[in-house]
Write a protein that binds this ligand. Structure first.
Ligand SMILES: [Zn+2]
Length: 115
């Protein structure tokens, strides 16, 4: 994957993350109050205690997505992003654009859903 592509998907993943956090009342409260020391910039999410506090408020489906997002971000750093965890083939760019934190290619995802 090219450098520009990595940046593009990293951006998508950060946006997905913010989308989850924005639904939380705690995050809203803090951001509205503008507390000192709390990062309000998007890029600062996910690096400190703030995220840990927020995670407590997530529903199980939301925290699963968040976990998948964080995993995907790690994979971009590792250079393994976009590779299906099951068959090790490249996941299509179209699929990644729709679900940037997808772990499996469409074929494997369908197999998994069947079982
Ligand atoms: Zn696969």
């Amino acid at each position: 994957m090219k450098k520009e592509e990595k940046k593009y998907f990293l951006d998508l993943l950060e946006k997905e993350k913010v989308k989850i956090f924005k639904n939380l009342s705690y995050a809203k409260e803090v951001l509205e109050r503008g507390e000192k020391g709390i990062p309000t910039h998007i890029a600062d999410y996910g690096t400190d205690e703030f995220e840990k506090d927020l995670e407590l408020e997530l529903s199980s489906s939301e925290s699963k997505i968040l976990e998948a997002i964080n995993n995907a971000i790690k994979k971009i750093t590792d250079g393994t992003y976009g590779i299906c965890e099951n068959c090790k083939k490249q996941i299509s760019k179209e699929r990644l654009k729709a679900i940037p934190y997808a772990k499996y290619c469409i074929k494997c995802q369908m197999e998994k859903e069947k079982t």
